[in-house]
Design a protein around this ligand. Structure first.
Ligand code: NAP
Length: 333
């Protein structure tokens, strides 16, 4: 298959390129090489999608399939204008952020309402991801109008090597370090993740088999405790000493939910987005998505973090802060 990846210089795009190349496909990655580098052995074409004619270096070429990871509506519009009649199957990586935060658990694509599309004048998310979900809605619409053979993958939290976020890497680092671990909130809160290599394999499966339609790209929901224990197994530190500290206690100490410096990643605090991390994975799992155990993702992520420490985003709770909160929790309880 002749495959065009719009992106391919970081995390998911690189994983797709690496796997497609290994499977023997003829792969072209088109990006600026600002976020990162394309994988060795893969053809790279320098393009700048900020400009309407930025995809001109691909003029005259045809592709059996295209996969796009963009968050920008203008990038999608430029791709439609340049490539609409020269690509076969199209895979667009969207996000579960197209849904409102407070969706009920167990939802599917078919029964969950979407956010409204972004306001007409907005083409890119803000510096703090403002309108990210709305823009993914807009891009889905743009592509649905332009491409008949369209596979939309609304990815959930992606984990694995080369993760540019501090979310899953925090837990890999923390559980590998051992000792008493501050575990946030309740052990039974559902969490849903998908390994980057599994998502890449599914995107390629969709392109190769002509799968069309819209799917959530997620593995089955699991209790947070099971995820943390599985990470511990993967990093070779099984049976972690988890101390569960309630939401209110953490929020009162200004621990941030989800991600960032001073956060406990994957913890949703009291923000009520449990339903967004507890969606029905059966449509994806019944359509070719094969998921690996979290322990395997953790093992591979630790190997990458060890090999490339400079590439790992530091975030989450500082160890001294974690120890202080644990002391206060033991004193209070
Ligand atoms: N991480 C998660 O947990 C998560 C969850 C849900 C959904 N998602 C979605 O999953 C996808 C992840 O994709 P990803 O890991 O490959 O990362 P990404 O951050 O979406 O990558 C963007 C790609 O576009 C390229 N790009 C950016 N500006 C460009 C420009 N002006 N011209 C040409 N290329 C440009 C970048 O390359 P250069 O900068 O090198 O040009 C990069 O390869 C995204 O669609 C994201 O929204 C992620």
């Amino acid at each position: 298959m002749r495959l065009l990846i719009l992106g391919g210089t970081q995390f998911l795009g690189r994983a797709v390129a690496r796997l497609a190349h290994a499977q023997g496909h003829d792969v072209t990655c088109a990006a600026r090489a600002v976020s990162g580098r394309p994988v060795p052995g893969v053809r790279f074409v320098a393009v700048d999608r900020d400009h309407p004619a930025g995809l001109a270096p691909l003029d005259g070429e045809r592709f059996d399939a295209m996969i796009d990871v963009t968050r920008r509506l203008d990038h999608a519009r430029h791709a439609v204008a340049s490539l609409a009649d020269r690509v076969g199957h199209v895979g667009f990586v969207s996000s579960i952020s197209v849904y409102p935060l407070a969706v009920p658990p167990g939802g599917t694509v078919a029964d969950t309402p979407l956010l409204p599309p972004a306001p007409a004048e907005v083409v890119a998310p803000g510096p703090n991801f403002e309108l990210y979900g709305e823009l993914k809605v807009s891009i889905e619409r743009e592509y649905a109008q332009a491409f008949e053979r369209l596979f939309v993958c609304r990815a959930g939290l992606i984990i694995g090597p080369e993760d540019p976020s501090d979310r899953f890497p925090y837990w890999v680092r923390r559980l590998a370090a051992g000792g008493e671990v501050l575990a946030p909130g309740r052990p039974d809160v559902p969490v849903q993740v998908v390994d980057v290599a599994d998502l890449a394999a599914w995107l390629l499966h969709a392109a190769a088999t002509g799968l069309t339609g819209t799917y959530d790209g997620i593995g089955a929901a699991q209790p947070l405790e099971a995820v943390l224990r599985d990470v511990a197994v993967g990093v070779g530190a099984p049976g972690p000493a988890l101390t569960w500290v309630p939401d209110e206690f953490l929020l009162a100490r200004e621990v941030r939910p989800w991600s960032g410096v001073g956060s406990l990643p994957l913890w949703t605090g009291d923000s009520g987005f449990g339903g967004l991390l507890d969606r029905d994975a059966r449509p994806a799992l019944g359509s070719g998505l094969v998921t690996r155990p979290v322990a395997e993702s953790a093992r591979a992520t630790l190997a990458w973090m060890t090999e490339s420490p400079g590439a790992v985003k530091q975030g989450g709770l500082d160890p001294a802060e974690e120890a202080r909160i644990l002391r206060e929790w033991h004193a209070a309880s």
